[in-house]
Design a protein around this ligand. Structure first.
Ligand code: PMP
Length: 392
């Protein structure tokens, strides 16, 4: 029985539970019954976090760094992020006033949207996309405007459709590159075109670059490295993917001071600051675990190649452009199998392979697609894909 007093605020009505949840719960139950599950649903690395990051955190704890940090993060971690972004993304951010250390990239996205978007505002989101954006946009009272991308075009950014979606109500455009779930990496000419599109508007660009260190054979172009885009771009990054530090809940939001100040105001009434002692671990990772991150990237690349090889023998699956991140977004013709949410249940129940149905990323276009994470051991990847192909 639900009590009347348990009714959630109206704004929650617009936020649907993720279809990923159902898969997680079923997988956990099968595992509890002793079955081996091929976990392709999880969006996190299977590597341990870098030893230097752990040691720096232990040292910080032992030296008594157990009290509140500044709202924007410790000066040392902000300096390390500033150096890292200059080296790796060719973007210039001052440690003071232009960077907030966040509780994961999740919080960075939340702060950016809460600080700038409200009722009457539209936020343009190309889909398939990580559904977190739309939920934050709705929580803020703003309206997501989804721009569906085309499977036939490898889910590359559709510049015409993007341009058509931008109006004088557009407060923000979201770009996630490399993309979750498609792996697509925006090209330099895409970023140029976005700069041109936004020039006559008041829209901000929310650039989610959490996967920026994980690209294969192509280069990542950071929007904020473009002079025209820098003033209106909020850049999101973090430690979860490239440094295998997802459980640390550490990330960042970087932007010009006039954009960072409002985000910091939201921050003061939510998490206040990231955990103080782990910030030393974050700084150590950015400065001293770059080789380790590169060797993880190489492992992901080898797995990606093995996964592409494994599916190259079937004509039942079509893969998007997997140039970055650690996902394959696979689509199939409706005649091949049942809709994605049912297929995901069958793959799990009968073949013990957990995937995320495409509807989690694109409610209409994703009905015959699913996401496979290749952040898992190579043997599991090839066996799980073999099972999927057999099931199709
Ligand atoms: N952005 C994207 C596109 C993601 O896929 C994720 C994690 N799934 C995040 C941000 C959040 O990362 P974090 O764990 O640092 O909060």
């Amino acid at each position: 029985m639900t009590h009347a007093f348990a009714r959630p605020a109206d704004r929650l009505a617009a936020i649907k539970p993720s279809p990923i949840r159902a898969i997680f719960d079923r997988a956990a139950k099968l595992e509890a019954d002793g079955h081996k599950i091929y976990h392709f649903e999880i969006g996190r690395p299977d590597f341990d976090s870098p030893a230097v990051a752990k040691q720096a955190t232990i040292d910080a704890l032992e030296s008594g760094k157990v009290h509140y940090a500044p709202n924007a993060g410790t000066a040392d971690l902000r300096a390390a992020i500033s150096e890292y972004l200059a080296d790796k993304r060719h973007t210039q951010y001052q440690p003071n006033g232009e960077i907030i250390v966040t509780v994961g990239a999740n919080e960075a996205v939340f702060l950016a949207i809460m600080a700038f978007c409200g009722p009457g505002d539209e936020v343009v989101v190309p889909i398939p996309a990580w559904a977190h954006y739309q939920s934050c946009i709705r929580l803020a009272g703003a309206t997501p405007v989804e721009v569906p991308l085309d499977a036939a075009n490898g889910y590359q950014l559709d510049l015409e459709a993007l341009s058509a979606a931008i109006s004088d109500r557009t407060r923000m455009v979201v770009l996630c590159t490399p993309n979750n779930p498609t792996g697509t990496v925006a090209s330099k000419s895409d970023v140029d075109a976005i700069a041109e599109m936004l020039r006559p508007t008041d829209a901000l660009l929310l650039s989610d670059e959490i996967y920026a260190d994980l690209t294969y054979e192509v280069d990542h172009a950071s929007p904020a490295s473009y002079e025209q885009l820098h003033p209106r771009t909020l850049s999101v990054g973090g430690f979860a993917k490239a440094f295998a530090m997802d459980g640390w809940r550490l990330g960042w939001l970087a932007g010009p001071a006039e954009l960072i100040a409002p985000a910091l105001r939201v921050r003061q009434y939510t998490t206040v600051c990231s955990t103080t002692f782990i910030q030393d671990g974050g700084a150590a990772a950015l400065r001293s675990a770059r080789d380790e991150a590169e060797s993880m990237r190489q492992s992901f690349e080898a797995r990606r190649n093995a996964a592409l090889q494994a599916i190259s023998g079937t004509d039942k699956l079509r893969v998007a452009s997997p140039d970055g991140a650690f996902y394959l977004y696979l689509s199939y013709e409706p005649e091949t199998a049942e809709p994605a949410e049912e297929l995901a249940v069958r793959l799990l129940e009968e073949h013990h392979v957990a995937v995320v149905p495409g509807t989690a990323f694109d409610p209409h276009g994703g009905t015959h697609a699913f996401r496979v994470s290749y952040a898992c051991p190579l043997e599991d990847l090839t066996e799980g894909l073999r099972r999927i192909i057999a099931a199709l």
